[in-house]
Structure formats: C-alpha cells, structure tokens
Design a protein around this ligand. Structure first.
Ligand SMILES: Cc1cc2nc3c(=O)[nH]c(=O)nc-3n(C[C@H](O)[C@H](O)[C@H](O)COP(=O)(O)OP(=O)(O)OC[C@H]3O[C@@H](n4cnc5c(N)ncnc54)[C@H](O)[C@@H]3O)c2cc1C
Length: 407
C-alpha cells in the first residue's frame, strides 16, 4: 500500500456535523503524483473514490465509506495583475477558504468579501457555486484547474465550462465525481467597491458616514453570520451543522400562485431565472411547524437559524436523515414542494441529482492577456497546464438580491 494512504480512518472528526463511520482508506493529497497513485490504487482494487474537503457540506453514513477518501492538502496562493486594476488570484484546493478571503480583503481586492466566514476549502467553492450575502463565486471564477479522472490528465476549465447556477455546477450534477479540483483562479478588482446588495448589510451600513471598505464589509458579514451560527465555533452546539441544510426551492409562477392562494399570510418570494419564483426554504419549514431551537432526540434545528440542522450530541446519520425526511414530508404535505438537501450525502440514500439550467448561447469574449506578474507569494505545488479555452466569466442570470429570508 502507498505511504499516503491510511487505513480505517474515522470520518466524523473530518466533518462539521461530526457524523460518519470509518473510511476504509484515506489519503492526504498534496501533489499530483500522490493523486495519481491513490487513484490507481482505487482502480486496481476496484474501490469507490470520494473527494473530501473540510467536510462542511457532507453527510456520511454511519457505515462510513468502503473506498478511498482523497483529501486535498495542497497549499499556495499567487497574485497576478493584468490590466485595469484587475487581479487574477490562484489558490490551491487545500487552502482554507476564509483565510484566503481574509488575505484578498487585506490586499484591497474586491469580489469575495461577502463570502467571508464560509467554512471549507478553496477547492470546494466551485462545486456548489458557493454564495452568500449577495455574492457567488461564479461571479469571480475565471478558471478551475482539475484532474480529469476520465481523460486522466490535468485540464483548465473556464467559467463557462463549469455551467454555474444556484448551488450547482457540472461538478455536482452532470459530471459528479469526475474531477478533482487542484486550484481555482478568481478575478478580483483592486480598490474595487464592496458589494452591499444584501438587506442585512444595507441595514448595517445605513447610518455609516463614510462608504464602507472591504474590511468593513468582511467584519459585518462575520458579525451577522456569527449571530446566525453560520461560522464554525467549536464550543457552540448550534455550529455542529452543515450550514443551510436545504436549498431555497424554485417554483413556476403557477405553482407560486397556488401557494399564495392557499396561504393566509404573504409568502416571501424573489424572482428567479425563466420567470420562476424562489421561496425561502426557512419560511416553508417554519410554516410546516419546525421552529428555531426545535429538537428531535439528538438532532434538531439551530436556535439561531431555521435552515441549519444540528447534531446536538453524538447523533447518528440515521437519526439526522429521519429528521430531515420528517421536515421534507411536512413541507411536501403543506405546500407540495420537495425540499432538496444542500449537503452531499455519501453512502446514504441520496438526494436526486438535479438537472442543470439550460445554457443560453453567449458571444465568446477572449480573456485579457496577463501583462504583468506583480507578485507570487507561494508557487503552487501542482503543475498547471495552460488553458484549453479561455472565455470571460459569464454573467450569472440567477444573481438576485437576497433579503431577510435568504440567510
Ligand atoms: C456553518 C456553515 C455555514 C455555511 N455557509 C454557507 C454559505 O453561506 N454559502 C454556501 O454556499 N455554503 C455554505 N456552507 C456549506 C459549505 O461550507 C460549502 O459548501 C463549502 O464550500 C464546502 O467546503 P468543504 O471544503 O468543507 O467541502 P466538503 O464538504 O468536504 O465537500 C463538499 C463537496 O465538494 C466536493 N469537493 C470538495 N473539495 C473538492 C475538490 N478539491 N475537488 C473536487 N471535489 C471537491 C466533495 O466531494 C463534496 O461533493 C456552510 C457550511 C457550514 C457548516
């Protein structure tokens, strides 16, 4: 067996829910040769493979994982300065996301400030198009460097290749499990204005005399997230979660009209793509009878956030799944809406794979040539091949203003 591979590793400590049995094999991946060796080992022994970041968006079965867990630990961040104050920042998959955001904000680079405090590693951000407080990574991702398990080579995927949508990309839909993300490149704006679209942020800065800086916005986001248990604080039981457990459902205008007609109070909603309507999952859950602080044995709902399902104390995956199904069933019965879990279920009866929204044809725009390399803090340990195709990041049609219910 390879030196990078450990046997019989408990998965619970590698997840924020603190749930999950034993992984048969577990490999920390720092370099491409280690990745290839671990993948070959899995192939030769006919074992399944799962890529695990920092486990903030996964739910492992109590039976664990019968194959090889690949855990990226590669580090490195480079800053490159093309024209017009834009900076291309490439971070290795194993970098801690929030520390990376902190570095960008400290360098006065705009584009990620609202994504402060999200747990996880850089490599996981394109998977579900991480988003919060008015920003999504799809707005700044230029390219994603991946190891393609099908082609067995490293390739650079453009933003358009990733087909980002609300909490989706090809990585968690049509091409699930095909790619191992090695590094991600974001296009940030030096001295750019912070994004203040989200209602809570607007309220926070309403009586500020001077325009808020990126650092002000980062601090405000961290403060708001903390008040909702949406940052990881080990001593806080409300934080033993996978963040928001359900996606906000998107329904047709007809379906929304039916719900409105059958409900006494106004239904909070926001416009979504293709004339559809997005309804806050938190509102649906509360209407179905589950409130903040609701408990069901060793699991429950966070006392700070209706969407966060928590492991109150040594809960099992089966207990948590039973509670999730109870919520789904009540919402289904009351509104006829199937709530879709956001975390990835491994070894459990899985949530259905969601289809991607249709891609609208867009004119190809060539990426600006990188003219000047300003600085390289650390070089990436993994070799990056040049881009096959490069396109300007797509405008995200699903970008909406998130208000109170979209927390
Ligand atoms: C308290 C809390 C708050 C949260 N708030 C938000 C939020 O505001 N917005 C939001 O979008 N999410 C949020 N999340 C969810 C989660 O933090 C993000 O989805 C995060 O990007 C997951 O990162 P991770 O490294 O923990 O990935 P993991 O949970 O380990 O993995 C998630 C998925 O990504 C895949 N993956 C991970 N790394 C790689 C890689 N290198 N290559 C290929 N696949 C990979 C895994 O296979 C899995 O399918 C929150 C979670 C918690 C616990």
């Amino acid at each position: 067996m390879l030196s990078v591979i450990r046997k019989n590793v408990r998965l619970a400590p590698y997840t924020t829910l603190r749930i999950g049995g034993i992984a048969r094999y577990f490999a920390d991946i720092d370099r491409e040769d280690q990745l290839c060796e671990a993948l070959n080992f899995a192939k030769e022994n006919d074992l399944p493979v799962f890529v695990l970041g920092s486990g903030s968006n996964v739910l492992f079965a109590d039976s664990g994982f019968p194959g090889v867990i690949l855990h990226p630990v590669n580090k490195g961040i480079t800053f490159q300065n093309p024209k017009y104050g834009e900076v291309l920042v490439t971070a290795a998959a194993g970098e801690d996301w929030d520390q990376f955001v902190a570095q960008c904000v400290a360098r006065d680079l705009a584009g990620l400030e609202c994504l402060s405090g999200i747990p996880g590693l850089v490599g996981a951000t394109p998977i579900q198009n991480v988003g919060a407080y008015g920003q999504e990574v799809s707005e700044t991702i230029v390219s994603v460097c991946v190891f393609d398990r099908k082609l067995e080579q490293v390739i650079e995927m453009t933003n358009a290749d990733c087909r980002f949508g609300y909490r989706t990309s090809i990585f968690n839909t049509t091409e699930r499990d095909r790619y191992f993300v090695l590094a991600v490149t974001y296009r940030l704006k030096h001295h750019g204005a912070p994004t203040i679209r989200y209602a809570d942020l607007q309220k926070h800065f309403a009586d500020h005399a001077a325009p808020p800086t990126l650092q002000d916005v980062r601090e405000a986001v961290l403060k708001i997230r903390k008040s909702k248990g949406m940052v990881i604080i080990l001593s806080d039981p409300d934080c033993q979660s996978a963040g928001s457990f359900f996606k906000n459902p998107i329904v047709s205008a007809e379906k929304f009209a039916q719900i409105e007609a059958a409900t006494v109070e106004a239904v909070p909603h926001f416009p979504a793509a293709n004339a559809q309507v997005k309804i806050p999952a938190a509102w649906l859950i509360e209407q179905a009878g589950f409130h903040k602080g609701y408990t069901s044995g060793r699991v429950g709902i966070s006392s700070k956030h209706t969407l966060a399902i928590i492991n109150r104390s040594n809960a099992t995956a089966s207990e948590l799944v039973a509670f999730v199904k109870q919520i789904q069933q009540q919402v289904q019965e009351r509104f006829g809406i199937a709530l879709e879990p956001e975390p990835v279920w491994v070894g459990l009866e899985n949530q259905p794979v969601v289809a991607l929204p249709p891609v609208l044809p867009k004119p190809e725009v060539r990426l600006q040539k990188i003219e000047e390399k300003v600085e390289a803090t650390v070089s990436l340990p993994l070799p990056l091949k040049p881009s096959r195709r490069t396109r300007k990041p797509e405008h995200n049609p699903l970008k909406i203003e998130r208000k109170k219910w979209f927390e």
